[in-house]
Design a protein around this ligand. Structure first.
Ligand code: UFG
Length: 330
């Protein structure tokens, strides 16, 4: 698994072990906390192999394969993921995210490795015509370089699916992964000021930030704030295990699944639920819209349910409780 030490990758590592897989992690550790590998090992009950390698480094990828004697499948998460940062340093995003996918596919093709599960995003839909999106909803105009890199990676997969008919690939389009491992031992550790809603809320509740600014309260939504589909990170992790099973057994060359709960929550609702379930104050203020935000988007998850047998299990209340327990443990 590339990007195996990140927020989502670390939870997938634990889920893989729970399902009897033996993960091998690759990560350049450029955006991860030093404590995470030990935390993964503790939850997995053994030292999970970790290669400190950049995914763009083809020799490094080959070394991993030689040392491990090959792998049965690949989960590819290694990428930068900040929408705002990608606008400031687009070339870094193109290089890191698209070159990593190119290098990985190159090695998979040359070594005839099969079964790829790719970490994509609902950002590929851009500003959709309908708020509930299915996998058939067309790609929208990518409003950030980050979004463009996810579209480009999916395009690379589609082209390789045509040139290499033996290959099996699945793309998982996550909506908004949130929460933390119920043990309180794994979670999100954003460096610096968080871009995303939940880490900002938890840091505000912890007193590290004075208040959270609600980006826009005049959207065409029931309470005027943006609506998103927030899905527990452990549910997202479980979806990868299902996708890996599916891609290994299926005859379909390339498939795509939305990974969300199928329900939207507004920013105000999320902050209110956080306050209620955690019995803690979070100061909030209404501010201007953040450029590039879509007013409302949530997943139609019928396909993941029908094909992967996957639906989210955790409620948003549980996810927000786990996020707070994780924040308090830091
Ligand atoms: N928000 C605030 N205040 C904050 C932070 C966020 O009001 O301080 C709002 C945003 O405006 C948005 C909502 O909270 O309405 C969620 O914002 P996030 O930044 O947490 O998430 P996004 O929906 O913008 O982005 C997420 C992922 C991206 C991905 C995108 C679409 O973080 O990686 O979904 O797929 F590209």
């Amino acid at each position: 698994m590339t990007g195996g030490v990140g927020y989502i990758g670390s939870h997938i590592a634990v889920a893989l072990v729970e399902h009897g897989y033996t993960p091998v992690l690759l990560d350049n550790l450029s955006r991860s906390d030093d404590s995470i590998p030990d935390r993964i090992n503790e939850l997995c009950g053994f030292n999970v192999p970790l290669y400190k390698t950049d995914c763009r480094d083809r020799d490094g990828l080959r070394k991993l394969l030689d040392a491990e004697g090959g792998v049965d499948g690949v989960i590819h998460l290694a990428a930068y993921k900040s929408v705002g940062e990608s606008v400031k340093i687009p070339l870094t995003y193109f290089d890191n995210n698209i070159s990593a996918m190119t290098a990985l596919l190159d090695i998979m093709v040359s070594e005839r490795l099969n079964n790829l599960v790719f970490s994509s995003s609902c950002t590929v839909y851009g500003v959709p015509d309908h708020r509930e999106v299915t996998e058939k909803t067309p790609f929208g105009n990518a409003f950030s370089p980050y979004g463009f890199t996810k579209q480009a990676c999916e395009r690379l997969m589609a082209d390789v699916a045509r040139s290499e008919p033996w290959m099996r690939q699945v793309s998982l389009r996550y909506f908004n992964p949130i929460g933390a491992h119920p043990s309180g031992k794994l979670g999100e550790l954003p460096g610096g000021v968080p871009d995303n809603l939940i880490p900002y809320v938890t840091q505000t509740a912890a007193g590290q930030r004075d208040h959270i600014t609600i980006f826009g309260s005049d959207y065409d939504t029931p309470d005027g704030t943006c609506v998103r589909d927030y899905v527990h990170v452990c549910d997202v992790a479980e979806a990868h295990v299902r996708a890996l099973n599916y891609v290994s057994e299926s005859d379909i060359a390339l498939d795509t699944f939305n990974i969300g709960t199928g329900r939207g929550h507004s920013v105000k609702e999320i902050i209110d639920i956080f306050r209620r379930v955690n019995k803690t104050e979070v100061r909030s203020e209404e501010g201007p819209r953040r450029p590039g935000d879509v007013d409302a988007i949530y997943a139609n998850v019928d396909k993941a349910s029908a094909t992967l047998g996957w639906t989210s299990k955790y409620t948003v209340e549980e996810a927000l409780k786990h996020a707070w327990e994780w924040q308090k443990s830091l």
